[in-house]
Design a protein. Structure first.
Length: 128
């Protein structure tokens, strides 16, 4: 019963992800929106929904339905000229470790390709 509630909470949090920054950067960086996409990719042998963020660089990876890592998400974001990867959730550690291992090796070309894929997804109509 807790898993669906946690998954719903993660989805609501996805659409307004605070920029991860130092305290002195916090005053100048607004919250990001991460709702461009999704596209589905496989990492660590399981499916993940991938969204890109309004900064044009960050990516959010959310467990797709049926993924034993559910509920879990990763955020890949730029910091000090490198991309950082962090994640949170309560799904299978074995599955999330395998996905983390693959995501942490993502190249710049792979990142750019995924960003382009998410941008090619038609925007969802506004909900009433």
């Amino acid at each position: 019963m807790l898993r669906p509630a946690l998954a719903a909470l993660m989805m609501s949090a996805l659409f307004s992800v605070p920029v991860i920054a130092s305290a002195q950067d916090a005053a100048v960086k607004p919250d990001m929106s991460c709702k461009t996409g999704p596209v589905t990719h496989e990492y660590g042998g399981t499916s993940w929904l991938v969204y890109s963020c309004s900064d044009g660089q960050s990516l959010v990876f959310i467990t797709a339905p049926g993924n034993p890592a559910m509920p879990f998400y990763f955020v890949s974001y730029p910091k000090d000229g490198q991309f950082q990867l962090s994640g949170e959730g309560t799904g299978s550690k074995t599955v999330t470790d395998a996905a983390y291992a693959q995501l942490s090796q993502m190249t710049s070309a792979e990142r750019e390709s995924i960003l382009a894929e998410t941008k090619a997804v038609p925007a969802a109509p506004p909900s009433n």
